[in-house]
Design a protein around this ligand. Structure first.
Ligand code: EPU
Length: 425
């Protein structure tokens, strides 16, 4: 298993590029199941989750070529197999995104239940309720969801209101509705940019979707869809991670292609924490000269402060003057980085869904363990500011799920960072 070693204490300076958005690419790859023919996706990040999705699509009977920043999905000569096995789904929860497309396209689907994960139980009840509202019968058998369309062979349009805001739930139902009979109205939808991006692609395929990006989405079902050619939007979470790294190290970095308009809640907190944040050309420049100030944050669905930036922002608050309250409202177990940060000298009290972070003058390098994707990113940032000893982050396969060549990108802006291949677990 690989590890990452960082010798911290150097301010980051220069320009760093942002890759295509993982959480936009995954549903769009699943949307290729909705049509025949060749679909081409560009600006795709080289990540483990993309490889897992490619493997899943191959298992489902597609021919998939992963190139340099591209994924080409072709119809294979073998008959399609609408079945997503546990071995693939357990590696990546987003695999559940094949359920809606498989069901509406092939009339049936067998998809393994994803099970819990490190950050929470993460049920998919809303995905299933929505499909049932569209006429699907759903059975749960030996850990699998077995879904079938009604006897007339198609899902039917309906009005469905989500009990809570779910990103992949909205995406799954939106994809299912594109081939349903009649009109579907989805209410209380996730408004994330990745949902809007998926709707953009589905509309390119010939779907009729209105309202994506708002809480009500209307979809007029079509008889068939066409393949597409599309370049993915930039990754707002990766961009934010680099901005925090620049701020934490007291550096000055231009984050190229950072989608500023999607990061307003986060950028305003960065400014309140004492950073200079300016839009410059196609990116955002973040610099810090003075001391960091404590600010409180509460995660919320878009356009609120993203849960996917909570762990990284916490590192910044570990170094701020004063006391900050960080409240997580999306996932019930997303504070696993706290005990690792404590090993580096952070002073954090966990009180239920809130962490009270007392700023300390500095963090100290240590051996730490990555537990999930964003927790790993927070440990990298902590390693970049830590002094006295090197930081060694183990189990970086979590990091490789969502950050493309992170050590190369950080080294490019002055970090002393290296990957150690085959380190102890
Ligand atoms: N939930 C339910 N029932 C459902 C669906 C969700 O109770 O049927 C709950 C979840 O357990 C959670 C909350 O609703 O407490 C929100 O979950 P959501 O469904 O929105 O999360 P997701 O769609 O599984 C996506 C991203 C996550 C990101 C969340 C929240 C993808 C592939 N994943 O997950 O990204 O944290 O939305 O914004 O888009 C990451 O990239 O590190 C990551 C975890």
């Amino acid at each position: 298993m690989d590890a990452i070693r960082i010798r911290g204490g150097r301010p980051l300076r220069g320009r760093v590029p942002v890759s295509g958005a993982k959480n936009a690419a995954l549903p769009i790859l699943c949307a290729t199941l909705l049509s025949d023919g060749e679909s081409l996706l560009r600006n795709v990040p080289a990540l483990r989750d993309i490889e897992t999705t490619a493997a899943l699509l191959r298992f489902l009977g597609r021919d998939v070529e992963v190139g340099d920043g591209t994924v080409l999905v072709k119809q294979a000569t073998v008959a399609p197999r609408p079945e997503a096995p546990y071995e693939l789904v357990k590696q990546m929860r987003a695999s559940v995104l094949v359920l809606g497309p498989l069901l509406s396209r092939f009339g049936r689907a067998k998809v393994s239940l994803p099970g819990g994960c490190a950050i929470g139980a993460r049920p998919i009840d809303q995905h299933l309720k929505g499909l049932q509202a569209m006429g699907a019968t759903i059975e749960l058998e030996r850990g699998y969801v077995i879904a079938r369309v009604p006897d007339d062979g198609r899902l039917r349009g309906t009005e469905f209101c989500f009990d809570l805001v779910t990103v992949t739930g909205t995406e799954n139902l939106m994809m299912a509705a594109t081939l349903a009979r009649g009109r579907t109205t989805l209410v209380n939808c996730a408004r994330e940019p990745e949902v809007e991006e998926l709707a953009r692609v589905l509309n390119k395929m010939g779907a009729r979707i209105q309202g994506a990006g708002s809480s009500e989405i209307r979809i007029e079902g079509r008889d068939e869809l066409q393949p597409f050619d599309h370049a993915i939007i930039a990754d707002r979470i990766e961009a934010a991670t680099f901005m925090i790294a620049a701020a934490a190290t007291g550096g000055d970095v231009l984050v190229d292609h950072a989608p500023a308009e999607q990061l307003e809640a986060f950028m305003s907190k960065l400014v309140h924490a004492g950073c200079d944040v300016t839009r410059e050309g196609t990116g955002v420049r973040v610099a810090r000269h003075g001391k960091l100030q404590a600010v409180d944050i509460t995660t919320a669905p878009y356009p609120g402060f993203p849960t996917d930036i909570q762990a990284q922002f916490m590192v910044l608050m570990c170094l701020a003057e004063g006391r900050s309250a960080i409240t997580e409202t999306i996932f019930e177990n997303r504070f696993m980085h706290v005990s690792e940060l404590a090993r580096m000298g952070a002073d954090i009290d966990v009180r239920g869904h809130t962490c009270i972070v007392h700023g300390v003058p500095h963090l100290t390098g240590a051996s730490v363990m990555a537990t999930d994707l964003r927790a790993s990113a927070s440990l990298v940032i902590a390693g970049l500011v830590a002094t006295e000893f090197d930081t060694e982050i183990r189990r970086v396969y979590h990091l490789d799920r969502g950050y493309e060549r992170i050590e190369h990108k950080l080294a490019g802006i002055g970090a002393d960072i290296e990957r150690i291949r085959g380190a102890a677990a």
